[in-house]
Design a protein. Structure first.
Length: 87
């Protein structure tokens, strides 16, 4: 089970607090306005890093809107005659 969720937004560390069940929340610095890449790290009760992910965070202060999208991962790998595309 995840016991700690931390992230980095525009080089600013953010720490999440667990609320009910799997619901986590944090306060986004009010100076942020624009599009950012967020790196999230989840840690389990044994201290293992259970999951690391990137998201795109869009903050529009004028519209009071925050949007979180998955970061689009993709890679092309070629080894000799073999080719793979990962998404």
């Amino acid at each position: 089970m995840v016991i700690k969720l931390e992230g980095v937004v525009d080089s600013v560390p953010v720490v999440f607090t667990r609320r009910d069940g799997d619901w986590w929340e944090t306060t986004v610095p009010k100076t942020l306005n624009g599009v950012y890449v967020v790196e999230l790290t989840a840690t389990d009760e044994a201290g293992n890093i259970a999951y690391t992910a990137k998201y795109i965070l869009t903050i529009d202060i004028t519209a009071l809107r925050v949007k979180l999208q998955r970061y689009p991962y993709s890679a092309k790998v070629r080894v000799g005659r073999y080719f793979a595309r990962l998404k």
